[in-house]
Design a protein around this ligand. Structure first.
Ligand code: SF4
Length: 362
C-alpha cells in the first residue's frame, strides 16, 4: 500500500531497532502522551523489540479517559430527560459513571445515538425538530475544529434545537501540570501526531525551555515511532533537548492555522477538571458568548458533582503516568473490556484496554 507499507517495512524496522540497541548507553524514560501511540506500540510489537533501558509509560492523551466521572454522570442525567436526543462518539457510550453508563441509559429508554462526526448530530437535529439534540463535545485539538465548524453551521442555519455539551480539552496545560509534578520522572515525550497536525510542533517548545525535556513528534507507523524514540535517546544522551518533528509529512511547525482560527472563533479557554489530574487552568474549551445558545449547560440546569474514581480503579494514577495497568488489582479480573470499571478499559485509546488486548504479546 503506497505511503503505508513503506513505514511498516520489516527491514527498516530491524535496522532502526539495531541502531537503537547500539546507541543506547543509559536508562531512558519516555512518556507516550497519545493513546493512539500506546495502541500502535503494542500492535506492532515494538515494546519487545526495544532495548531494556527504554521504559515507556502512557500519559493523559485519551479524551474519553480524562473526562471525570461527574461529567459522565451529567451526560447520563441529561440523557434521561424528556425530549433530549444525545449524540456521542462510540467510546463514550460504555464508560461507567457512578450511576451507570449511557448504554444502560439507552437500554432504559433514553434516546442516545452514536455519530461519526458532529455534523451527523446536526443532521439528526434537522430530522428531529421536536427534540433538543445534544452533541457530547469530548475531544482534544484533533476534534475541536470540526465541532467548532458544526457550531458555526448550526448558527448559520439558525438551528435552535442543536446544542453541544462543552467538554473538550487542550493538551499543553496538562503536560505542564504533569511535568511540574516531582513524582513523575521522565526524560522525554513522544508528542502526539494527530494533535500536532493542528497545534504544530512549536507548541511543545516550553517543555524544552522550562523543563529540559526531550520532545519528538511522531506518526503512528512503526518506523515513525522508532525514529522518534531514537531521536529522544539521542537528545537525552547528548544533553541537548529540542523539539524534533519526526512527522514532517503531516505536521508543520505552525500547525493548521485555519483549523485553529475556527476553534478560536467559537471557543474560549476555560478552567477544566481532568480525571486523575484535577482542575487545570485554561485547559478546557467553553463556547464564546456569541455562541452561548448552543451550550446545553447554559440552557438547562445540569449539576456536575465531583464523584471521584470507581472504588479500586487506578485510572487516575495511570493517566498521570505513575502506575501501569497491571498495578491495578482489578486489571483483568473484575475489570476487563467486556465488563469495564474505568474508562481506561473502555476507550479504544485507553491504556488498560491496550494492555489487556496486546500486553501478553510483550
Ligand atoms: S484496570 Fe480497570 S479499574 Fe483498573 S485502572 Fe484500569 S480501567 Fe481502572
Amino acid at each position: 500500500m503506497k505511503y503505508i507499507d513503506e513505514y511498516r517495512s520489516q527491514e527498516l524496522v530491524r535496522s532502526l531497532t539495531e541502531r537503537l540497541h547500539a546507541k543506547i548507553s543509559r536508562p531512558v524514560r519516555i512518556m507516550e502522551v497519545c493513546g493512539t501511540h500506546t495502541i500502535a506500540i503494542f500492535r506492532h510489537g515494538l515494546r519487545r523489540m526495544l532495548p531494556e533501558q527504554i521504559e515507556l509509560i502512557s500519559g493523559p492523551g485519551c479524551p474519553v479517559c480524562v473526562t471525570p466521572s461527574g461529567v459522565i454522570d451529567a451526560f447520563i442525567d441529561l440523557a434521561g430527560r424528556k425530549d433530549i436526543l444525545i449524540t456521542t462518539f462510540g467510546d463514550m457510550i460504555r464508560v461507567p459513571g457512578t450511576t451507570g453508563s449511557l448504554a444502560q441509559a439507552r437500554a432504559a429508554g433514553a434516546d442516545v445515538h452514536i455519530v461519526y462526526s458532529p455534523m451527523d448530530a446536526l443532521e439528526l437535529a434537522r430530522h428531529n425538530p421536536h427534540k433538543l439534540v445534544v452533541f457530547l463535545a469530548v475531544g482534544f485539538e484533533t476534534t475541536t475544529p470540526t465541532i467548532g465548524a458544526t457550531v458555526l453551521e448550526a448558527a448559520r442555519r439558525n438551528m435552535d434545537n442543536f446544542c453541544i455539551f462543552p467538554a473538550a480539552k487542550v493538551i499543553p496545560p496538562p503536560l505542564r501540570a504533569l511535568m511540574e509534578d516531582p513524582k513523575l520522572q521522565v526524560d522525554g515525550l513522544l508528542c502526539p501526531g494527530h494533535v500536532s497536525v493542528i497545534l504544530g510542533s512549536r507548541a511543545y517548545g516550553f517543555l524544552v525551555e522550562e523543563f529540559g525535556l526531550a520532545c519528538a513528534v511522531a506518526g503512528f507507523e512503526p518506523t515513525d515511532i522508532l525514529l522518534a524514540i531514537t531521536s529522544l535517546v539521542n537528545q537525552v544522551q547528548s544533553g541537548h533537548p529540542t523539539v524534533d518533528n519526526c512527522y514532517g509529512r503531516a505536521v508543520a511547525p505552525e500547525g493548521n492555522r485555519k483549523a485553529r482560527e475556527i476553534v478560536d472563533q467559537v471557543f474560549k479557554p476555560v478552567d477544566s477538571d481532568w480525571r486523575g489530574l484535577g482542575p487545570i487552568p485554561a485547559s478546557g474549551l467553553g463556547l464564546r458568548e456569541e455562541y452561548g445558545a448552543f451550550d446545553i449547560t447554559r440552557r438547562l440546569e445540569i449539576p456536575i458533582v465531583n464523584s471521584g474514581e470507581p472504588p479500586g480503579c487506578r485510572c487516575g494514577e495511570i493517566l498521570k503516568g505513575i502506575c501501569q495497568p497491571p498495578d491495578c488489582p482489578l486489571f483483568g479480573r473484575a475489570c476487563s473490556p467486556a465488563s469495564p470499571i474505568g474508562p481506561c478499559m473502555v476507550s479504544t485509546e485507553g491504556t488498560c484496554a491496550a494492555w489487556h488486548r496486546y500486553g501478553t504479546l510483550d
